[in-house]
Design a protein around this ligand. Sequence first.
Ligand SMILES: *Cc1c(COP(=O)(O)O)cnc(C)c1O
Length: 367
Amino acid sequence: MSAVIDTRACDPLDLVREDLRDFGGYRSARSDALQGEVWLNANESPWANVADEGGTLRRYPDPQPVALRNALAGLYACAPEQVLAGRGSDEGIDLLIRAVCRPGGDAVLITSPTFGMYAVCARLHGTPVIDVPLLDDADGWRCDFVAVEREVLARGAKLVFLCSPGNPNGAPLPLAAIESLARRLQDQALVVVDEAYWDYADGESAIGLIARQANIVVLRTLSKAHALPAARIGTVVADARMIAVLRRCQAPYPLPLACVEQALAALSPPARAQTQLRVASVKREREVLTRRLPGLPGVRRVYASEGNFVLVRFDDAQDAFERLLRAGVVVRDMRAARGLGDALRITVGTPEQNQRVLQALAKEGEA
Ligand SMILES: *Cc1c(COP(=O)(O)O)cnc(C)c1O
């Protein structure tokens, strides 16, 4: 007599919209592996633009350049088949919603306060948003994983957006809880972990969980620690089957050549070494702000952060915002966000910039 063991592996394709499972997407001139010398299949001009000096922009770009995929796979310690590069992780968010949620149907779940694009993309797709707010107590911010699971199952959500470390709260989420949530939801939902700020955190990445739990998807970006937000290079890291589906939902030529070249240069070993040093400086400076802000007048609470920002509550956030503005410093006003009516989010800058923040807030009552 053998024990009954549930050996079904999780197949993320079961979570893709049924009407898209056999969808081939757009077949571009780049889709076929043809060989030739004279390329007359894409209605490109036979001459480069006179302003395009190297003539590198005359042809449509490779949709997913092998060199970039390999470099990103190296950076994220996964297989090249597990990465999809797109126009920022913003595009990854949009693709996931479109591939998984029926328009007007299946919901997505967010945990507010959180990054605004999850709800924006859901709204544009006609997808309801379920909010299970983060809990904010004496220890800081926590995700109510029990409530997330309950709401996903009760309301048939297909996507869960978690952010770790969270924007704007800076708190990392425990990997064990993410994995166990994903396991419980494996027949119901994809669990997306947005790691835009992972480089500034100390823990492990959720990327390591994908091999065991194929309904986990991780978002990473070159926009924050790698300092390339204008290049718009973000990455979805997921099970290779899921990546193939997302690729078919993506625009035919999502990556401008100049951006790809810039990204490859930024991922060269010397550039990565510099990035590491700068991340270390931001982490040191984050500790300076976290230690010194609580002693300043009008500062009510400073949350521990593993991102490149700190979330701060004030007795009078308007006054603090204006003082900083008078000192020439622009920070993010969070007061419109749920539960953050007294909060500002301050990005960690250079040591000099951070001193300017501290000095502006230290001057009491001179308005
Ligand atoms: C900044 C940010 C992003 C956007 O990244 P892009 O790659 O520039 O689109 C995604 N998620 C979170 C949580 C962010 O704060």
